[in-house]
Ligand binder design. Sequence first.
Ligand code: AP5
Ligand code: MG
Length: 191
Amino acid sequence: MINIVLFGPPGAGKGTQSENIINTFGLKHISTGDLFRKHLGEGTELGKKAQSFMDNGKLVPDEVVIGMVEDFLNENTGAKGFIFDGFPRTVAQAEALDELLKSHDTSINAMLMLDVPQDELKRRLLERGKTSGRADDQNEEKINVRIKEYLNKTLPVAEFYEKQGKINKINGVGTVDGIFNDISAAIKVHS
Ligand code: AP5
Ligand code: MG
């Protein structure tokens, strides 16, 4: 199996690049943000638990996220591998993911960290907010909360993978195809 963590701040291009990765490498995509938005749309209990956190740009509590990922892994045991997009976002989630993968006799091969400056992140998210309908894209204040959550709670996850020697830094500014070339090269080295 090949298991890749696609890591980076809000608006770094994780979802955009995931599409190319799925098509090229045949990996199963798990975006915790997309899963939560699906639950929100369907009005499930899980969606109700996540809504106020998401709408305000705050992270959803670990136990809610980890339970959802565990279910997803159990439902997709035949997959060739996974691309984790927007997960793990805290050190507790990273530890839980290692344990979950171990119980499936597998592990993370590499973490790819998309590097994009803050002013570019804000520009991309505000632009998308004009059409996305996402409550968390609607104003600079909410985007600032998301970036702050990333800096305070998510960035320590980079150190977690650094210690395991699994970090690959990728410049996330440029054309979508150019960035994908760098991502592809990194995945090939680790697969
Ligand atoms: P989530 O859905 O994961 O959102 P996010 O990480 O905040 O950011 P995005 O998904 O908006 O950005 P992205 O990196 O995927 O970029 P994209 O490709 O879309 O999470 C939402 C919320 O759910 C969280 O705030 C939290 O509440 C909750 N949540 C989710 N996971 C959680 C977890 N694990 N723990 C706790 N809570 C969790 O691109 C962005 C824009 O830029 C697009 O318009 C795109 O077209 C454009 N773009 C992409 N690449 C380029 C490029 N190279 N050049 C120019 N524009 C580009
Ligand atoms: Mg995304």
